[in-house]
Design a protein around this ligand. Structure first.
Ligand code: ARG
Ligand code: ZN
Length: 847
């Protein structure tokens, strides 16, 4: 990618003109929507420039005027420039746009007959000419004219009639938070009374067929509103809060002011069609978007380099919410699993970038696990370092000081410095340095003093050869050899490349439990023997580390099976059985202990320890270990399965969901022993999607699934979200030699539609995440994915670019696979008219 296309953080300059008010009129028409804008500009006192430039892409300019005088601006494919006064003035423009042909799903587009917008990050410039940057905040008044029953925009409704509606949003906002929706929609209404006694109307708007799938989302919304009042003191600030479900959407959801727009998969749920995991995810995403009202909307980002300012903090807040309404330990363990699978992979490959990147070509390519999930980890570390009270005070100061502003990470850290008097200069490196720090630890015990010696090292990442030491909060506890805690959790603050910490007055050598709750996003390298791991698995008082010791043990067992052909280690099987059968433990926690490390995680671990990962060998080892577990547990499995069946009407709450996840992980193992008899019985009796899909998964995985797969389709062909699952499951549950052929066959199915991102991701996301299937030695997986990325790119560049990250770890593998992947990446790269999105991503992967 030529550097000339890159934008740099260091080049930030304030806008020449600011905007006070925006008036927009939309005359909707599928192929020829007219947008009239009337915008009050004024010179920015903080800028010396008086160059008037407004962004605009894919627009047909009909007319433009400044203070009522027609003008002839200079128009390019990026925007326009015009002669503007050095004084406040009114800009007026009329443009024509084509929502029907907008398959990129950015700006104003159509989905199943409904008009819908997605403006973050830079979609508003596809709607009209505007300074489309987040540091320009204005109040919006919108008139929509269109022959559709429901016409929505941000803020409060001010007037409406037959075929038109007017909206006014009193809160100044950047253009990326603008939204418009028009369609034949039904609403699920409710209301919420805020802590100061204001009544807020709430609606979830959906297509008529989906009206019975809104109740859960509405409860989640009310819970989120209450939680943000209780925990952060944040009250909602409009009379109305709307959520809309749309079928065609590039991401999960969007926090437009007062009008959140959701991928329908992230809001619609009923017991028959959504799994427990879907319910939990929907609850979290509703909370996330709602929480953005303060962390994102009232206080926004100065520029897109600061994306983590709103996303890292909001992900952190939604994870706190889930911990509070569900289980803290289970949430933490699943978050860390996700972080390691996705963010660590990113941080340790060609796409590594800082939580706050300092350059980009296409900002859409930076909605990453690093910005979001590592960004949230950084907020969590800050809270751990300053303590809960100081965190709460700093947040109060943040809301007070920056309300209504577009700010930076420096502003964010400053409120913590001002609250605590701490210097956070070194902490800032978590935002500016890419890569996952390696933390190694050794220990000594002498004269009643126990010493932990840490070293930190962060490997080079693209563009950053040398790393400085970071502040690492290391939560540590110490146990006696009989399992009592002699030192409860303390947070050690490591700031130097090497640092030791002493614990005095111990009568015998303790067993350390290090990095409790995963107190920092690092790779901990600890020379622990497997007896100690098994001991911690049984006795650690920190549930995160209890599971982590089990995982570390499993990784080691699998590594020896893969590289030395070792047999499954009985010690691991015993330790695991002990947890599985311990009825005193939370069922959801036991299910997490049952799960094996993912094959992707094993590949990375092998690579990090100097081996070339062989996907077939990894697949075979996990099969062998799972089979050995099943055999070790054959007495227990039927009993555990039966004991955790949930009676009565379905509830998605954490309690019953925990029983189901445990019973269903027992079912997976049991299916290895009973020819899927129990799975078939569960499939036949299932009255909710969790039970149905868990059973179907077993049947498919163990090759008994043909009839059920057909029956499932016949039952659900009318429900697109369930059919997405049907597509994905067939690919995920294949043997590796069938994965590519199955995905290929599914692209020929009448219901496959590459224009729908959910459907495309169902097939190709499942392919990319099937480690051994995707990495088939003959390269068929690489070829199939590249073929479809090339087809999708002209239709939807953003989704193509995102899916191309399936190739990011290509350098981990053997020469044969590397050559095959490189060839596919180069084939994509040489496609004529490749989008900038995909070009940047594939270019970085190849670099
Ligand atoms: N801000 C949205 C969220 O809640 C995501 C928007 C993503 N948009 C994009 N163009 N990548 O996280
Ligand atoms: Zn977000």
């Amino acid at each position: 990618m030529p550097d000339s296309q890159k934008i740099y953080l260091k080049d930030y300059t304030p806008p020449a003109y600011l905007v006070d008010t925006v008036h927009l009129t939309f005359k909707l028409s599928p192929n020829a929507t007219r947008v009239n804008s009337k915008i009050r500009f004024r010179p920015n006192p903080d800028s010396d420039s008086r160059d008037f430039f407004v962004h605009g892409e894919h627009l047909t300019l009909i007319r433009a005027a400044i203070d009522g005088q027609e003008c002839s601006p200079v128009v390019t494919d990026k925007g326009l420039t015009a002669q503007a006064p050095d004084a406040p003035f009114t800009w007026e423009a009329e443009v024509e746009i084509n929502p029907q042909d907008n398959t990129a799903l950015e700006g104003l587009y159509m989905s199943n007959g409904m008009y819908c917008t997605q403006c973050e990050a830079e979609g508003f410039r596809r709607i009209t000419y505007y300074p489309d940057r987040p540091d320009v905040m204005a109040t919006f008044t919108v008139r929509i004219e269109g022959d559709l029953p429901v016409l929505l925009s941000n803020g409060n409704p001010t007037a409406s009639g037959d075929g038109w509606a007017e909206w006014h949003d009193p809160w100044p906002k950047p253009s990326y938070l603008f939204a418009l929706v028009a369609g034949d929609l039904r609403n699920h209404p409710d209301s919420f009374t805020t802590k100061s006694g204001r009544k807020v109307d709430l609606n979830i708007w959906v297509r008529p067929d989906d009206i019975d799938k809104c109740a859960f989302g509405m409860e989640a919304l009310k819970k989120s509103m209450k939680w943000d009042e209780d925990v952060y003191g944040r009250e909602y600030d409009l009379d109305l809060f709307n959520i809309v479900a749309v079928d065609d959407f590039n991401m999960g959801a969007m926090e437009n002011k007062g009008l959140n727009i959701f991928n329908s998969s992230c809001v619609l749920a009923s017991p028959e069609t959504a799994t427990d995991a879907n319910f939990e995810r929907i609850e979290a995403i509703i909370a996330h978007e709602y929480f953005h009202n303060w962390t994102g909307n009232r206080i926004t980002c100065r520029d897109w380099f600061q994306l983590c300012l709103k996303e890292g903090l909001t992900v952190y807040r939604d994870s706190q919410f889930t911990s509070d309404v569900r289980s803290r330990a289970v949430k933490r363990i699943s978050d860390v699993d996700g972080l390691r699978a996705v963010q660590f992979r990113e941080d340790n490959g060609p796409l590594a970038h800082p939580v706050r990147p300092d350059s980009f070509v296409e900002i859409n390519n930076f909605y990453t696990a690093t910005v979001y999930e590592k960004g949230a980890e950084v907020v969590g570390m800050l809270k751990r370092l300053v303590g809960d009270d100081a965190y709460a005070q700093a947040l109060d100061l943040y809301f007070e000081r920056h309300d209504g502003q577009a700010v930076t990470i420096e502003d964010w850290l400053k409120v913590f410095e001002d609250t605590t008097g701490r210097d956070l200069g070194q902490f800032m490196r978590w935002y500016s340095q890419a890569g996952t720090p390696r933390l190694t630890v050794t220990d000594d015990f002498k004269d009643s003093t126990y010493t932990l010696n840490f070293k930190q090292y962060t490997p080079p990442t693209p563009g950053q050869d040398v790393k400085q030491p970071q502040v690492i909060p290391i939560a540590v506890g110490l146990l006696t050899p009989n399992g009592d805690e002699v030192q409860e959790t303390v947070v050690l603050e490591m700031t130097k490349p090497e640092q030791s910490f002493e614990f005095k007055g111990l009568s015998s050598r303790p067993v350390p439990s290090i990095l409790r709750e995963f107190s920092a996003p690092v790779i901990l390298e600890q020379d622990t023997d497997n007896e100690t791991r098994a001991f911690l698995m049984a006795h650690d008082t920190d549930p995160f580390n209890r599971r982590e010791s089990g995982n570390a043990l499993a990784r080691d067992v699998l590594r020896r099976m893969i590289t030395d052909g070792a047999a499954p280690d009985p010690m691991y099987l015993e330790a695991k059985a002990k947890i599985l059968t311990d009825e005193a433990l939370d069922p959801a926690f036991r299910a997490l202990v049952m799960s094996l490390p993912t094959q992707e995680e094993l590949a990375q671990m092998l690579f990090d320890t100097g081996h070339t990962p062989d996907p077939e060998a990894i697949f075979n080892a996990t099969q062998t270990l799972a089979q050995a577990s099943a055999e070790r547990l054959k007495q227990d499995l039927p009993r555990i399965y039966a004991a955790h069946q949930v009676k009565g009407p379905y509830s998605p709450d954490a309690g019953p969901a925990g029983h189901r996840v445990l019973a269903n992980s027992a079912l997976w193992l049991l299916s290895r022993l009973d020819g899927c008899k129990q799975a078939q019985a569960q499939y036949d009796a299932a009255d909710n999607m969790t039970q149905q899909i868990s059973a179907l998964g077993c049947l498919q995985y163990f090759d008994h699934g043909a009839d059920a797969t057909q029956a499932f389709y016949d039952q659900w062909r009318h429900d697109r979200l369930v059919i997405d699952k049907w597509f994905a499951m067939q690919v995920s549950n294949t043997r590796p030699d069938q994965t590519v052929a199955t995905a290929q066959a599914l692209t020929e199915h009448a219901d496959f539609d590459m224009k729908n991102p959910n459907r495309f991701r169902a097939v190709f996301g499942a392919l990319a995440w099937h480690h051994a299937g995707f990495h088939q030695a003959d390269g068929a997986g690489y070829r199939l994915l590249a073929d479809w990325l090339i087809k999708l790119d002209p239709v939807n560049p953003q989704t193509t670019a995102r899916m191309s990250t399936a190739f990011q770890s290509w350098r981990r593998y053997d020469e044969g696979r590397q050559a095959l992947m490189r060839a596919e990446l180069e084939r994509i790269m040489s496609t004529p008219d490749l989008s900038g999105d995909t070009g940047e991503m594939v270019g970085r992967i190849l670099e």
